[in-house]
Write a protein of this length. Structure first.
Length: 506
């Protein structure tokens, strides 16, 4: 008996462990990719903001300093070589070059600005552009509003290089570039307002951000692994306990009766487990889908905090806001996991409202159906109460909804909705699940509830879902069957399958 119990438990638990290991492995690959991608996207957005600051600084210098000096201090000369020389001050762009050197020497900032063009002045004519700079100039020349970015290695450190088009935005700049003695082009009045002068490049260090991002990513992965481990442990414990109760009860029966009963129970348990394993895969996909947005939000919040730290601009209010945001997302993810755990918890026979079952099922799978372009519409009367096993009715709903979704994805009908209608008729609760995907072929509609009957390929269906649904419904003196119906919508006729479940009302 102990050997039989061990074999049975291992067959039930092993598929759950395999699915959980697969999900964890997938998340270990998916989460690092999405968090790093979010970090790069956030860095590019911050680089755009920094470029705007650079341009505003240069425009302020040009309009508020250059014009006054030309009008009231004509003896002062603008020159790129101005350090330690009286009577010379930097050009507007030279000022930005000087600031870049100052910023790059500050370890708390570490950011570098670079200006370059296909039309340099003489003092920079001998500068050799690297591959990125050549690519950036070519890209910006062909894309007026484009932003060219690339990860690179500079001085042995990983950086993000972002190049943005630099436009002639002030008439004083146009006049200076057209008349400056240092120009290397021969065209007269070459420049005008709105012309692209070249690019502004920002080089942002990534090593510290990536390291901090990995720390946060590892915490998330550990949380997920621990949560899934706890779920598997709980589910395993419930299986072991239930199997022990069944086997101990059967052991006291006569040998012949026990053998026949054990054979029947074994077949039924195998069907239930195969169906539950398939459904669990669907639920795991639903969890991954529902966790994607919270993970994105946490990653962006983490990147914002890290950027504030990098810029030495820690704001307590913003820090509290971001950490509160992260905590809310973790609570949301935990609620999703609790819903998932409750869904698979074995239930005792009790009185329950069918509306609650529909709400729980649609909450778990509605989002992933919607991502496939399939909408679940619900029309349920209040007060439809029956007696039975609530979790098993949930299983029936998922089996029927999955079949409807699969046929919609296969046939791609004009109406991609699944309609659930529940009404109380006399002393019966009548549940209808409808689709508009063409209906079930008449030559097989009477066979769809037979064990292992399926029209799907072997890798997409086992034929046990509807058979198991029939077993569950008939166990509580209910009835389940399917018919084809036609519907008139917007002066058009649509045909679809309707699954009907009748339960005793109380």
């Amino acid at each position: 008996m102990n050997k039989l119990k061990t074999i049975t438990q291992s067959r039930l638990i092993l598929p759950v462990v395999i699915v959980a290991v697969f999900i964890i492995a997938f998340l270990f690959v998916f989460i690092p990719k999405i968090t790093e991608q979010n970090l790069i996207e956030a860095s590019i957005r911050h680089a755009q903001v920094d470029v705007e600051k650079i341009i505003m600084t240069r425009e302020y210098y040009t309009r508020s300093v250059v014009s006054d000096i030309k009008n009231y201090a004509p003896n002062i000369e603008f020159h790129y070589d101005h350090f330690g020389i009286n009577g010379k001050i930097p050009f507007p762009t030279t000022t930005i070059h000087d600031l870049s050197e100052i910023f790059s020497e500050n370890k708390n900032i570490g950011m570098i600005f670079r200006f370059y063009s296909n039309y340099p002045f003489k003092n920079r004519a001998d500068r050799v552009l690297d591959d990125f700079q050549k690519e950036a100039l070519d890209f910006v020349d062909k894309n007026d509003d484009g932003i060219y970015s690339k990860r690179d290695i500079v001085d042995g450190k990983e950086v993000l290089r972002v190049a943005v088009a630099d436009f002639m935005s002030d008439q004083a700049c146009v006049d200076c570039h057209n008349t400056n003695a240092l120009k290397t082009w021969n065209e007269e009045n070459k420049w005008k307002l709105g012309d692209k002068r070249g690019v502004i490049e920002i080089i942002m260090p990534l090593d510290e951000e990536i390291a901090a991002n990995k720390v946060m990513r590892d915490k998330i992965l550990i949380f997920i692994a621990v949560s899934l481990g706890a779920l598997i442990s709980y589910y395993t414990y419930m299986i072991i306990r239930r199997e022990k109760e069944l086997l101990d009860s059967n052991y006291i029966l006569e040998q012949r009766v026990a053998q026949e009963l054990e054979k029947s129970l074994k077949q039924e348990r195998t069907l239930i487990q195969q169906n539950k394993t398939a459904t669990m895969g669907e639920m795991m996909s639903a969890i991954v889908h529902q966790w994607k947005q919270p993970l994105n939000i946490m990653s962006i919040a983490n990147s914002s905090i890290q950027l504030d730290m990098m810029m030495d601009n820690i704001n307590k209010e913003n820090l509290e806001k971001q950490t509160d945001n992260i905590e809310k997302q973790i609570d949301h993810m935990n609620d999703t996991m609790n819903d998932f755990r409750s869904f698979f918890k074995p239930s005792q026979k009790s009185n329950y409202e069918v509306k609650k079952v529909v709400e729980d099922v649609t909450q778990l799978i509605g989002a992933i159906y919607k991502s496939n372009g399939v909408n679940i519409l619900v029309d349920v009367e209040d007060g439809c109460v029956t007696s039975g096993y609530q979790s098993e009715l949930s299983q029936v709903f998922i089996n029927i909804l999955n079949n409807a979704r699969d046929i919609i994805l296969e046939k791609n009908p004009d109406i991609r909705n699944i309609l659930i209608e529940i009404k109380k008729v006399n002393q019966k609760i009548v549940i209808k699940v409808k689709d508009f995907a063409g209906g079930i072929p008449e030559d097989i509609i009477e066979r769809i509830f037979e064990p292992y009957f399926t029209t799907k390929p072997d890798d997409k269906g086992t034929g046990i879902g509807l058979d198991m649904s029939k077993v569950i419904i008939e166990k509580v003196a209910g009835k389940i069957y399917a018919v084809n119906e036609t519907h008139e919508l917007d002066n058009k006729t649509y045909k679809g399958a309707t699954f009907i479940i009748e339960l005793e009302a109380i």
